[in-house]
Design a protein around this ligand. Structure first.
Ligand code: ACM
Ligand code: ZN
Length: 541
């Protein structure tokens, strides 16, 4: 999990204990009171915590501070840096689980919260308050006086509890280490939902014990497809190594030569879920059904209507339902969170109208058409999810053909502006990710960041009752044209910082002129972390 930290000298250096520190927190907190002075971080300092459940948070903070300062920190019950679950913390309205307060003075730093999640949010703020980050590359001398936290009082509470990123490791694969780095970066900006798109036409990325062939050598690996070739063309035309397909994901498969791909074993998935949990991040898995699963249909031809290996799943056959239930059984065991996504987008339903088994299902179940057939499947799966204590999520196509009230909708089709209106009017929760703002794989220009920041991502035509059903927002990183971590960073940063503020800070407090200077300070931090973000301006003025 080490990444070379590449720059530091220019990072927010201030004269400790004299001037007022510059405080640049993203997302913008509810209230910040700055005072003169700073708390010096010294070798051997103790990080304390008042409840056994906070032990992983203390270890996490120890790791961050050691990495970012090069100093050693101890862990104990009482410390100069103290993490405390506090029942006396002020109670706001609604869900206060993520609220926190941070107090720092010359003697130390104290973070108070109602829950582990709140403490983690306070740690993200503490991390951003650190006046600078150690540079490994420049081998800055380990002078403890150089590391300090300004004296502040911060009270903070998120506007939305769903602040996410979706990653697609199917179109191009990302290793466990790369995934963990993204989780670390999310945690720094209080993004708390990692939606993991684990299956699609181009491959199945989750080991399923009941169906091991799904991740076999010629299933999870492939010859170059159209998008791989496009990436390589761009790499060559633009002399851009971030568009090259990484060698580390090639494998010699007897009889097939070098193939590209990969998958996550169940042990690796458990490791990622645990890593995310320490950072206060839920991992929301997606196994896309009944469309976007050409890899499964190709592997098990009996899943497709004409047994020819083409998607979507044939919904007329019981064998398909058995397959879906067995796959989700393993998903439920690996991912402990409430929400599991069934996907449900862009289904080629026409295939069903030509399939005898599907036509019979439509007749037997008294359904009107193929849209209702998809809705029948979604509702059947929803019951199965609910019986396992889970809630179902799906892309907004799951609305078509009718939806039960307990399903949650990902509004992605920005050209269907009535989705949030319709879903919430029916009583369904919505997570906002319209491609018009939040598809981070879409090309960017110098205006993109401001377009996101100033945009009304939350529709303005909802009643207060409907607004309560907006769970939050997330950006999606589809990876057809993102073959490397470096390219991903270019596409995601600094857009992710705008997303973080859109999701955390109330709309009335969002102000571009206030955000921009804080963002510029953060770009130096991203430099120090070695993140290859897109500069704010790529053209000469
Ligand atoms: C999607 O972009 N097909 C959800
Ligand atoms: Zn069929």
């Amino acid at each position: 999990m080490k990444k070379s930290i590449t720059l530091c000298l220019s990072l927010l250096c201030l004269c400790v204990g004299t001037a007022m520190a510059e405080v640049n927190i993203i997302p913008k907190p509810t209230s910040v009171v700055e005072r003169e002075g700073a708390f010096l971080l010294k070798d051997g300092l103790t990080i304390g915590y008042n409840d056994a459940s906070l032990a992983p948070a203390a270890t996490y903070l120890q790791e961050i501070l050691s990495r970012e300062t090069g100093l050693n920190f101890k862990i104990g019950k009482k410390g100069k840096i103290q993490l405390s679950l506090s029942p006396t913390l002020s109670q706001g309205e609604g869900d206060v689980s993520e609220d926190y307060e941070l107090e720092s003075d010359k003697k130390g730093v104290r973070i108070y919260a109602h829950s582990y999640r709140g403490i983690i949010n306070g740690i993200a703020t503490l991390r951003q308050l650190l006046n600078k980050v150690k540079s490994e590359k420049l081998k800055v001398k380990n002078n403890s006086n150089h590391f300090s936290l300004p004296c502040v009082s911060i009270k903070d509470s998120p506007n939305f509890h769903w602040r996410g990123l979706m990653l697609d490791p199917v179109r191009h694969f990302f290793s466990v280490e790369e995934t963990k780095r993204l989780l670390d970066e999310m945690a720094l900006y209080k993004l708390n939902k990692f939606h993991w798109h684990l299956s699609d036409n181009e491959g199945f990325r989750m080991e399923v014990k009941a169906y091991p062939e799904l991740t076999g050598d010629t299933m999870a690996w492939r010859r170059f497809n159209y998008h791989d070739r496009q990436c390589l063309e761009r790499a060559s035309k633009e002399n851009n190594p971030t568009m090259l397909i990484p060698w580390k994901f090639f494998k010699e498969v007897p009889g097939f030569g070098e193939l590209y791909g990969g998958y996550y074993t169940q042990d690796e998935i458990r490791d990622v879920v645990q890593y995310a949990a320490v950072r206060g991040i839920d991992v929301i898995p997606e196994i896309d059904m009944p469309g976007h699963n050409g890899s499964a249909c190709w592997c098990y031809r009996w899943l497709s209507c004409t047994q020819d290996g083409r998607e979507p799943l044939c919904l007329g056959r019981q064998t398909t339902i058995d397959f879906a239930e067995k796959v989700y059984d393993e998903v439920f065991k690996l991912f402990p969170y409430e929400y599991v996504s069934i996907g449900g987008d862009e289904v080629n339903r026409r295939r069903w109208s030509e399939c005898e088994a599907c036509k019979k299902r439509i007749q037997d179940e008294g359904l009107k058409d193929v849209s209702e057939l998809q809705a029948w499947f979604t509702k059947k799966m929803e019951k199965y999810f609910n019986a396992h204590g889970r809630r179902i999520l799906g892309w907004d196509e799951i609305l078509e053909g009718g939806l039960s009230k307990t399903a949650t909708v990902h509004w992605w089709r920005g050209d269907h502006p009535d989705v949030a209106q319709k879903s919430t009017a029916m009583g369904n929760e919505v997570v906002l990710c319209p491609f018009t703002f939040l598809y981070f794989d879409y090309a960017q220009d110098d205006n993109t960041l401001r377009h996101i920041y100033d945009g009304d991502i939350v529709p303005t035509d909802l009643t207060p009752e409907q607004l309560k059903l907006i769970k939050g927002m997330q950006a999606n990183i589809w990876c057809e044209r993102i073959p490397t971590e470096a390219r991903m960073e270019w596409m995601v940063f600094p857009r992710a910082l705008a997303l973080a503020e859109k999701a955390w800070t109330p709309r009335s407090e969002q102000n571009w002129d206030d955000f921009l200077p804080r963002l510029k300070a953060h770009l130096k931090r991203l430099d120090a972390m070695g993140i290859q973000y897109r500069p704010l301006q790529t053209k000469r003025p």
